[in-house]
Design a binder for this molecule. Structure first.
Ligand code: C2E
Ligand code: SIN
Ligand code: FE
Length: 406
């Protein structure tokens, strides 16, 4: 339907079909377009044009503006909706190398944003959820272009930045897992937001406990166990936070055998999203250097999680997770049949068992060899992975340079 509306009522996401007034006055070469660029809206407002025609079948309608929401909420939501429809166009696949460079920027920007958001929580200020949603959107697009770049980068963190980068990592993992589970893009984003905010309640825990280098006393661990409820309380009254996000914040430490906290929920009384949160949380925790423990290599971590998975995780969710990150996730140290050691640099599209591997060391000769990237999917019958190795056992320190190029 076509509607004539005042320029002051024009919003992002409307489809403009005609600008009323002389064509010489207006700044647009195009006269029919989906308003998706904030600058176009600004120019329109400044152009002197008083009215436009919009086509409500191709864009937002004038009365889809909900009272009570602020303009920036609506603009953000619209922008998210638009990006969703433009997703296929705007997110062509990138090479791993290219995406690593992009993801590096997104990671440092995200870390800064999470620090400021979590500090707001610590000081009792409101959380900027709208800003968090924008961040989730950017992370989501990177993961869509090339899932393993940001996911693998976010794993690399110093113990002192753990809580913040862990939030970014769990956000990215939740997004990839949600897509693996074929959830709607709307739920994919919600999963990401839940990941970003899941440990917000740790801001209510004294740093002395959080950053304690060693094992916690029972008292200290009981204090830590209050973080899901603290987080949920902070977010409870925020209109931009859905029940699903709150549920993940509150229940990411529940276990399917009923031994988790805070509510000792068991089996399917735990929501799908909280089960996803549990798997993503533990994977990033154990693959990271934390104040109290050094991280394990990604492939070792997947193997350990498979061993624990019975009481802790939902089996189907864990399996989907393994399909998402790989049996030999990017960055894993593996031994090949030929006796060479290498680092997984990229996942294969055909099988979890045949990633690309950069070989750099002879296990037999115990000496470095000429580095070379092998595509195991193309070497079936000639070369294969026969096991995972612990970088610590070999004393390798710079494995991550090999896959990230950084
Ligand atoms: P986190 O470090 O982010 O760990 C999140 C969850 O990952 C843990 O929840 C646990 O389920 C899993 N996880 C982490 N490391 C290991 C591990 O070495 N083995 C196994 N089996 N699972 C692991 P959990 O246990 O409820 O701990 C919640 C939070 O309490 C942790 O979050 C961390 O902040 C803190 N925490 C737990 N243990 C210690 C500790 O010994 N020292 C310190 N300083 N903090 C600890
Ligand atoms: C119209 O609806 O009037 C035309 C819009 C268009 O050009 O696509
Ligand atoms: Fe937690």
């Amino acid at each position: 339907m076509l509607k004539r509306i005042a320029v002051k009522d024009v919003r992002m996401g409307m489809f403009i079909t005609e600008l009323c007034g002389s064509w010489m006055e207006h700044p647009f070469f195009k006269t029919k377009f989906l308003l998706e660029d904030k600058q176009d809206l600004d120019s329109l407002l400044k152009s002197g044009i008083k009215e436009v025609w919009i086509n409500t079948t191709k864009g937002l309608d004038a009365d889809e503006i909900v009272p009570g929401k602020t303009l920036s909420d609506i603009e953000l939501e619209t922008e998210l909706m638009l990006r969703d429809t433009l997703r296929v166009k705007s997110t062509e696949k990138t090479s791993m190398d290219d995406e690593v460079r992009i993801a590096q920027k997104i990671c440092s920007k995200s870390k800064a944003a999470v620090i400021s958001m979590f500090n707001d929580a610590r000081m009792g200020n409101a959380i900027e959820v709208a800003q968090a949603k924008e961040l989730v959107e950017e992370i989501s697009e990177s993961v869509l272009r090339q899932p393993h770049a940001l996911i693998s980068l976010a794993r690399l963190k110093n113990a002192d930045e753990y809580t913040y980068m862990h939030s970014v990592a769990v956000c990215a993992l939740m997004i990839a897992l949600a897509r693996q589970l074929n959830l709607d893009e709307e739920l994919v984003r919600e999963s990401g937001l839940a990941g970003l905010l899941h440990d917000l309640g740790k801001m209510g825990i004294p740093n002395k406990i959080l950053n304690k280098p060693g094992k916690l006393t029972d008292d200290e661990f009981n204090t830590i166990k209050s973080h899901p409820e603290i987080g949920a309380n902070i977010l409870m009254d925020n209109p931009l936070v859905s029940a699903m996000v709150l549920d993940v914040v509150l229940h990411h430490h529940e276990k399917v055998d009923g031994s988790g906290y805070p509510h000792k929920l068991a089996g399917d009384t735990i929501s799908l999203f909280a089960k996803m949160g549990a798997v993503c949380d533990v994977y990033d925790a154990i693959t990271s250097n934390r104040p109290y423990k050094k991280g394990w290599s990604p492939a070792e971590s997947i193997r350990k999680m498979a061993e624990w998975s019975k009481g802790h995780f939902d089996e189907a969710v864990f399996q989907a997770f393994v399909k998402t990150v790989g049996i030999y996730p990017t960055g894993s140290l593996v031994r090949l049949e030929s006796g060479r050691l290498g680092v997984v640099t990229e996942q294969s599209e055909t099988s979890l068992l045949t990633p690309k591997v950069k070989v750099f060391f002879s296990a037999k000769l115990k000496t470095p060899i000429l580095q070379e990237t092998l595509d195991l999917a193309k070497l079936i019958g000639k070369e294969k992975i026969i096991g995972r190795e612990s970088p610590d056992d070999w004393g390798f320190r710079n494995l991550d340079e090999l896959w990230s190029g950084l």
